[in-house]
Design a protein around this ligand. Structure first.
Ligand code: NAD
Length: 293
């Protein structure tokens, strides 16, 4: 079905801008560049840009070691990612993927600001995990050119991309973004808008169930072992939370409660909320449920 959307696309994405060079922004910029769509990667912190470039370099180096990537390709991909601290550097791109912190206010102002920088024809998307696209579009002048483009972590490995259609998103925008996702070698699915979309409406109740068990005194290492070894999932919920980022997971629970006040009630004393308050953000800062050396 996604091929049908892509076939109808009238706008080809040749250059991309990515806002945020964190776990997701860095991954999206890498994926775009590696599939021949140069990416300008913007952050507010030089450290984040440096880390984003380093992570891209690591993936490529692994590919070179395994004989899957040539040295020339490695150099080409790295030189097609342009790290920058300036909004102006994305002014000529065909698409922007916003991947800054999961906070509706921050995203709202970042999106509105960048909409004033990019061309009238450019498409704006958000990699938000949970925030309603229709809500985010309320700050925008061209909501028809805005939709969700939700990648999964790690971006270079996970095939799925949710393309979220907001109330005012045009068909033309959806078609072009689906075509771009296919160009990146991904499997796009077009979904309707609601907090959490499809995957996170399933995932967050699961994580809430897990956090509830930890609060009751069940050992999280044991839960991970059961889910991984006996149930057969690639990782258990504690390790998954560390990979996602405890801060991001915690922000998502706030948005999910706003969207589904009774079904997704946030427990501020849950293990995830407590770890976030203690600034144990998971792999990104070396400590979460587990400690990383
Ligand atoms: P992260 O904390 O790793 O990175 C966020 C980055 O945004 C940081 O480098 C920060 O400096 C930067 N930033 C903050 N304000 C900015 C601004 N005004 N302009 C430019 N950069 C700014 O977070 P992440 O895990 O990459 O998550 C980013 C987004 O992707 C969130 O919306 C999150 O919900 C979503 N997401 C995360 C995952 C995941 O597994 N981590 C998966 C899918 C989607």
């Amino acid at each position: 079905k996604s091929k049908k959307y892509a076939k109808a696309a009238t706008k080809e994405i040749k250059t991309a801008g990515v806002l945020g060079a964190g776990i997701m922004g860095g991954g999206i910029a890498y994926q775009s560049a590696s599939k021949g769509v140069p990416a300008v990667m913007k952050d507010i912190k030089q450290d984040a840009l440096d880390l984003g470039m380093k992570e891209a370099g690591k993936i490529l180096k692994k590919g070179v070691e395994r004989g899957k990537v040539s040295n020339d390709k490695m150099i080409k991909v790295l030189s097609s990612i342009t790290p920058t601290l300036l909004n102006d550097a994305v002014k000529d791109v065909d698409i922007v993927v916003e991947a800054v912190v999961e906070n509706p206010k921050v995203k709202g102002s970042v999106l509105a600001e960048i909409e004033g920088v990019i061309g009238d024809d450019a498409i704006l998307t958000s990699n938000t995990s949970t925030i309603s696209i229709t809500e985010l579009a309320k700050n925008l002048k061209r909501p028809q050119k805005f939709c969700g483009m939700h990648f999964f972590n790690p971006v270079h490995k996970m095939p799925l991309v949710e393309i979220i259609r907001g109330e005012k998103t045009s068909d033309e925008t959806v078609n072009a973004v689906v075509a771009y996702a296919l160009k990146l070698g991904k499997t796009p699915i077009v979904v309707n808008d609601c907090p959490g979309f499809l995957v996170n409406r399933v995932l967050f109740p699961y994580l809430a169930g897990f956090a509830g068990m930890v609060d009751e005194g069940v050992d999280f290492v044991g839960i991970d072992k059961v889910m991984e070894k006996q149930f057969g999932w690639p990782m258990g919920p504690a390790y998954l939370s560390d990979v996602v980022g405890i801060d991001t997971a915690d922000h998502c629970t706030v948005v999910m409660e706003d969207g589904f006040p009774t079904r997704m009630k946030r427990d501020t004393s849950s293990a995830i909320a407590k770890l976030a308050a203690a600034e144990r953000y998971g792999q990104k800062n070396g400590k979460g449920f587990y400690v990383y050396g």
